[in-house]
Design a protein around this ligand. Structure first.
Ligand code: 5GP
Ligand code: MG
Length: 180
C-alpha cells in the first residue's frame, strides 16, 4: 500500500486533494465574496464541526465588514449519512433582515443545508447564500442553488481538513479518500 496512505480506525485513506489545491479553491471563493458581499455586512454561519477549518481559512481572506457565528448539526454516523439531522447548537444571533452566508465543509445529500435554510427563512433572514468547500453533485437531492463551491468531487467518503471519520482525521491538512 502507498506509504502516504493513512489509517483511521478500521479504514485506509489515500491522498486525494493537497492543501495547495484546497487553498486555491478557498482563495477563489474569497475573491468573489470580496467583490459580491463588500457592502452587505453579511453574517457568516458556519456549520460545526466539519467546517471549522474552511471557515477559518476563508474568513481571514475577507477584507470587508462581516461577522461570523456557528451552529452545530450532525447527520453522519461513521461513513454514511443517517438522513436525520440533529441540531446540537442553534442560531442565537439576530438574523432578521440580514444577509446570511451559510458555510459548510461538504454538501452531500443536501439535507443539512436544507434544514438550516428552512430555519433561517422562518426567523426572517433577508438574503441567504450558501458556500461549501466541497460538493458531491451525484448525491445532491436539494432544490436550492449553491452560490459558492470550492471543488466538485465524486461520491467517495473523504477525511481531512476538518472532515472526520468517526471523530478522527480532522487534523490532516490535506484531504484523503477512502480505499474500499
Ligand atoms: P448532507 O446533509 O449534505 O448529506 O451532508 C452534509 C454533512 O455530512 C457534511 O457537513 C459532513 O459533515 C458530512 N459528510 C458528507 N460527506 C462526507 C464525506 O465524504 N466525509 C465526511 N467526513 N463527512 C461527510
Ligand atoms: Mg459538515
Amino acid at each position: 500500500m502507498n506509504q502516504k496512505t493513512i489509517n483511521i480506525h478500521d479504514k485506509h485513506f489515500a491522498p486525494f486533494i493537497k492543501f495547495e489545491e484546497i487553498d486555491r479553491a478557498v482563495a477563489q471563493i474569497a475573491d468573489r465574496m470580496n467583490k459580491e458581499l463588500r457592502d452587505k455586512n453579511p453574517l457568516f454561519i458556519a456549520i460545526l464541526n466539519g467546517s471549522f477549518m474552511f471557515a477559518s481559512d476563508l474568513f481571514h481572506k475577507l477584507d470587508f465588514p462581516c461577522e461570523i457565528t456557528f451552529v452545530k448539526l450532525a447527520s453522519y454516523s461513521g461513513t454514511k449519512s443517517t438522513e436525520t439531522v440533529r441540531q446540537l447548537i442553534g442560531i442565537d444571533e439576530d438574523v432578521v433582515g440580514r444577509n446570511i452566508v451559510i458555510v459548510e465543509d461538504i454538501i452531500d445529500s443536501g439535507l443539512t443545508i436544507e434544514r438550516v435554510l428552512t430555519q433561517l427563512r422562518m426567523i426572517g433572514a433577508a438574503d441567504i447564500r450558501i458556500a461549501t468547500l466541497l460538493y458531491k453533485p451525484n448525491t445532491f437531492k436539494g432544490d436550492y442553488a449553491i452560490d459558492y463551491v470550492g471543488l466538485e468531487i465524486g461520491n467517495d467518503f473523504i477525511v481531512g481538513y476538518g472532515l472526520d471519520y468517526d471523530k478522527q482525521g480532522r487534523n490532516y491538512k490535506d484531504i484523503y479518500k477512502i480505499v474500499e
